[in-house]
Ligand binder design. Sequence first.
Ligand code: C2O
Ligand code: CU
Ligand code: CU
Length: 482
Amino acid sequence: MPFTSVLALHRRGFLQSGAACALAGLSGPAFAAVGNVTPQSEGFAARLRPGSARVRMVGDEAPATAVWTYNGVEPGPALRLRQGAPFRAGVENGLTEATTVHWHGIRLPNAMDGVPGLTQPTILPGRGFEYAFTPPDAGTFWYHSHENSLVQMGRGLVGALIVEEREPPAVDRDLLWVIQDWRLARNAQIAPGFNNRMEAAMDGRVGNTVTINGRLPETLQVRAGERVRLRLLNAAIARIMALRFEGHRPVIVAVDGQPCDPHEPADGRILLGPAMRADVMLDMQGEPGHAYRVVDDFYGRLAYTLVSLSYNASAPLRPHPVDAPLRLPRNPVPRPDLASAVLHEVRLQGGMMGGMSGGGMGGGMMGMGSGAAWAINGQSMTGDGNPDMPPLFRIDRGRSCVLDFRNETAWWHPMHLHGHSFNVLSRDSVPVPHDEWGDTVLVRPRERVRVAFVADNPGDWMLHCHVMNHQVGGLMTTIRVT
Ligand code: C2O
Ligand code: CU
Ligand code: CU
């Protein structure tokens, strides 16, 4: 298989280049194939035990990596829930520090949202908490720690949460890629220093090792003619991804779990900020016996091959591409009424080259506490939140709301709202096509993005950047729905 060695070379090149130097020499023949992920828990109840574990992440010849994870597997078990069916999760804290679990993207009651100090007390070591909710929407969601989250998520406390459609679309395989980014030292251990001040004011802690489902991947075995539903989750703390499937035409059918008009991504790249998901339909139209690369080229010259699609030699599964419909059934998310909506400006400020007086890094910004590098409308909520800080605004339950994000910084921000899904209306006043919804919207430097939602879920809800260094550095606030 000459292709394998080309891949290995490429991978070695990646690992030795620039930021990605740590694991040179470790690339052996032992990388895991990315296969079908069978759900490790299914249905109505789960037990999650956050704790420390050691996992083989970069191949069998490298030392195991010490991580923090749920139930000893990295990422945590993929939970499969049923739409509209009650779900319970008993969490037992096996860490030596407090934690909580946040169910990212799920429209659930505020008390189940997992935000320490705001919606629940932290779960102390050795103690437990019972989460219970009924997911209203089908789709690809996830769960993660919301306490000391830069470090806890960065050490591995993340997992996928899939809510099954009542009538799932016809596909040959349903695959999940939980994509994580790690900064590993030469001994395959996670490098310390999560909250480097300089990085925090720039693009955050971008690592040097990208894994799929907890392993440095090499190939995904596929068969010509099959249709795969691929659930992509960017579970990295800071790395933005732009995935290009060479020789293929992926069709995006859902973003952040919410169905959209099926469409091929603009310029062929699937752009995923931290916390974002995309469900894509991939018809395997390649040649039997050939391999095709999946490349992430978001950081331009640091482009690397994430994985390759490797076709077995069998004849195509079917003579013609599948012509089953691609559109997913819509979720019961209310559509905002733009005519009566209240508009709130959300100005994203700070960071290096932010053009603020004092130049960011805590200088001269009104309301910025010490250590804050970022602010929203002049205020910085840092760490894991400050329940005493007043909400950015209050809104009557049931009102439609437009958030007008104005990125005044030189950096990208995946902005996330808890408890609701919003419709992405426009970017720099240009309407966004394909009826796109989400819980996280990636805002480019200096860009202005408008989203709209019905504030139908009562409570105090977090609104923050999902680059974890930005969140803990002040790019965080709350909104109050009453
Ligand atoms: Cu996925 Cu407040 O976060
Ligand atoms: Cu969330
Ligand atoms: Cu940010």
